[in-house]
Design a protein around this ligand. Structure first.
Ligand code: GCB
Length: 593
């Protein structure tokens, strides 16, 4: 599946805007045939956006189950004879789609796209009523997982991850037209041989037609050509894609005389060598943040202005990388990262697969993580599909250098190994070119984790001095160093994928104490001293870029406050300290080049 685009042979229309909307509070929408006729009792809802905080009613936060969206779409008369499809970038978490009252498709997985062929259903020159049932239910057989409990006050959703279960149509919806004979998919793999760049492409055509490939540089000059569904393009004096230098070529694929597709291509290599993480053969050190897609009112709805501002702040602070914690981000984010040389650790939505975290503070208590009745073989199938869909969507982004197949799962038990070992294979089969890993939690410290052996890179989240011995940074420094020295004996690169402290902006103290701005700054400095003493540490990504919404709870004050920026993107004191450190590192790297 390819993302819709406009070019000489293809056309697309964005269907964003105000749709008709109704929460299915009593769960009767299907029984009562809400899709069969225009949605009764509907209000308006923004697409893209989470509906939760827009409603300004408790039900927006409490609702478990379906929400119905509807819009009328005019199909251009000029599209007669074309293949017509609707492409959803993200519906969280399960979508069923109707066209004029008839089911046309469904999709599971809240953060990866899906396409539904409407040819024959959508009549050129006529209007089609599109209905989407958006189900936000999380169970032990969804990714992420959750459990629904029945209470005297209705259903309640519990889950083990620390961000609010925002729901809705979160990214753009496209109506797309192409020839019925068309390019269906393309995989690009790049390599470097001295000063020559190598681009291997493999195209999948729906129908019978020849493929011609043309590679152009950023000025539009043709640098290589080939024909056939598979081919190799060589670029003399290549301008490689590199961190901080998002140089992109453009690969144009022509399918007979009927279709074409243009794909930005960054030519680079990624490899792990001992404890080094190499991009184009050069050691790379990750500096930056684990992020969230999270904005006041809009929730997880994609917003271009916020995206640009977030990237501007990343540049301001001297970050060179991000992790898409804890789910695949909008495709716009990856496009931007490609174009600006930002390095991305790309994560699936497999978060919260751990009943031990927080003693049940975030979720429900009394469950076993892996069992017949909780996370089981069916969950693994869904998880495998989530990995395949992530790779299918993002495989051609040069910015993506490492896959994270899960965040903080239970990883110290035999059951964890049984569950996860095949999933590492799923990821490597889907993409043999990038390193694969998962993010380790403190409950499986060095020596006890049974999954690190399957990872190419060790990714670790730690909160010594926050959740353990809160406020005592000398002890935290010792604990962190002792553990990291253990991990360093594994001979693999280590990325600290999370470390941070909740901080209320405006709260100060002379002696740094938890929740103050001074403490956050000291906390990070403590960790940095340790990182700088251990060679195998090749990355530091602070938790978290900005404050974000979570479920309400005694450990959260209006959400998670570990942001280096507030939710409305104002800097806390730690932002300036990080900027000093990271910009100095950036300058030193530059000088060494
Ligand atoms: C973690 C999780 C992250 C939480 C964070 C915290 O380890 O990966 O999702 O938000 O800790 O602040 O507790």
């Amino acid at each position: 599946m390819l993302r819709p685009q406009d070019n000489a042979k293809r056309e697309r229309r964005r269907l964003d805007g105000l749709w008709r909307f109704r929460l299915d509070v009593d769960g009767v929408g299907r029984r009562d045939g809400w899709a069969e006729r225009p949605l009764e009792g509907a209000r308006q809802m923004a697409v893209p956006a989470s509906y939760n905080d827009i409603l300004a009613e408790p039900i927006g936060r409490l609702h478990v189950g379906s929400a119905w969206y509807e819009t009328d779409v005019w199909i251009p008369a000029g599209w007669a004879g074309r293949r017509i499809a609707v492409y959803f970038e993200s519906v969280t978490h399960h979508a069923t789609v109707w066209a004029d009252g008839a089911v046309v498709g469904e999709h599971t997985g809240g953060y990866t796209p899906f396409e539904i062929d409407l040819t024959g259903v959508a009549v050129p020159g006529a209007v089609v009523r599109l209905t989407v049932e958006v189900d936000n239910t999380l169970t032990f057989q969804t990714i992420p997982i959750g459990v629904v409990v029945d209470t005297a006050h209705g259903k309640r959703q519990r889950y083990w991850h620390d961000f609010f279960n925002y729901s809705g149509i979160h990214r753009s919806v496209w109506l797309a037209a192409s020839d019925p004979v068309r390019l269906d998919d393309v995989t690009v793999v790049t390599d470097l041989d001295g000063t020559t760049g190598i681009v291997r492409y493999a195209a999948r055509v729906d129908g019978d037609a020849d493929v011609r490939a043309t590679l152009r540089d950023s000025a539009g000059a043709v640098v290589a050509e080939a024909s056939g569904a598979e081919g190799v393009l060589e670029v003399a004096d290549v301008h490689a894609w590199a961190p901080g230098d998002g140089y992109l070529y453009e690969l144009a694929l022509e399918v007979g005389a009927v279709d074409e597709y243009r794909l930005p291509v960054g030519i680079r290599t990624v490899r792990v060598d001992g404890t080094r993480f190499l991009i184009n053969g050069e050691p790379f050190r990750f500096r930056g943040f684990a992020m969230h897609e999270d904005i006041a009112v809009i929730g997880k709805g994609h917003n271009d202005a916020y995206m640009l501002h977030d990237f501007a702040l990343l540049e301001w602070i001297g970050a060179n990388s991000i992790r898409t914690s804890h789910y695949p981000y909008s495709e716009e984010v990856l496009d931007y990262a490609d174009r600006h040389g930002i390095v991305v650790i790309d994560e699936t939505a497999a978060v919260g697969l751990n009943m031990g975290i927080g003693g049940g503070v975030f979720g429900a208590q009394g469950y076993e993580t892996y069992s017949e009745s909780t996370i089981n073989a069916s969950t693994r199938d869904v998880h495998a599909q989530a990995i395949r869909e992530l790779v299918a969507r993002d495989k051609n982004h040069p910015s993506v250098v490492l896959w994270s197949i899960a965040n903080e799962p239970e990883s110290h038990t035999e059951a964890a190994e049984e569950y996860f070992a095949p999933l590492f294979d799923v990821c490597r089969n889907a993409d043999p070119t990038r390193p694969v890993g998962f993010v380790n939690v403190v409950l499986a410290p060095h020596g006890e984790c049974r999954l690190a052996q399957y990872s190419d890179v060790i990714m670790i989240n730690r909160y010594y001095g926050w959740y353990h011995d809160p406020g005592d940074l000398p002890i935290a420094e010792d604990q962190l160093e002792a553990e990291l020295r253990g991990w360093a004996t594994e001979g693999k690169p280590i990325i600290m994928t999370e470390y941070g402290a909740d901080t209320m902006p405006g709260l100060h103290s002379v002696i740094p104490s938890p929740w103050t701005e001074e403490f956050q700054t000291e906390f990070l400095a403590t960790y940095h001293r340790v990182f700088d003493r251990i060679e195998a540490i090749v990355g530091e990504q602070v938790w978290v870029f900005a404050d974000f919404a979570t479920t309400g709870g005694t450990m959260r004050v209006g959400g998670n406050r570990k942001g280096v920026f507030t939710r409305d993107r104002q800097p806390k004191a730690a932002a300036f300290a990080l900027r000093e450190r990271w910009r100095a590192k950036m300058d030193a790297e530059e000088a060494a080049r």
